[in-house]
Design a protein around this ligand. Sequence first.
Ligand code: DX5
Ligand code: ZN
Length: 219
Amino acid sequence: MVEIGVSLLNMKNENAIQTLYNLETAGIEYFHIDVMDGKFVTNNTVDQMLEYCEYLSSITNLPLDVHLMVEDVKTYIDSFLVFEPNIITFHLEAAQNKEEVLEWIKYIKENNVRVGISIKPTTKLEEIYEYLPLIHEVLIMTVEPGKGGQALIRETVSKIEILSNYVKEKKLEVDIEADGGIKVENASLLKKAGANIIVAGTAILDSENFKETVEKLKK
Ligand code: DX5
Ligand code: ZN
């Protein structure tokens, strides 16, 4: 069964608390926290995401799935550790070298948080293979990172398929998460390809009935 993370990027600020309650009762498994620093991507969502995490820490036990789209990874790991997230995912493209990737993996693990590495649509899968034995999850971007409400880039679906086959072949314990442009209409593509966690933002937030939409995404 696929797990659903809801991206809060496009959540309306008014009655945010009510929306968060409604999302939790809709049956999602994760709150997906899209942290953008205005450098790695042009948007800056840091303050907004810190505020949402403050709310969430007082109203829910659902796990936080923190997606760092930032250059200064270490600083933002520290900023979000306080919320005891289930997983912190950084972008491979933010690292200057292999040593930095290994340092971030080690630091996140030392703080008892699961580790994810994310790659942009144009980054080759081969670039993460060497880290797979060390991490818990790969976040395959199915849109260019930076904003919600974009259309899924179809070519990324085959990346998920190739990665899923590679993980099975090497008997690795790695979750595969797909993120960006996922709707009820295309979710089955990602599931068939091998994603076991899918993130949806606008597909859920803009829908009439959160519970119905989440159930359709899971089917
Ligand atoms: C994009 C973010 C995604 C995205 C999800 O940079 O990482 O989480 O906003 O939102 P939708 O589902 O609206 O594309
Ligand atoms: Zn995301």
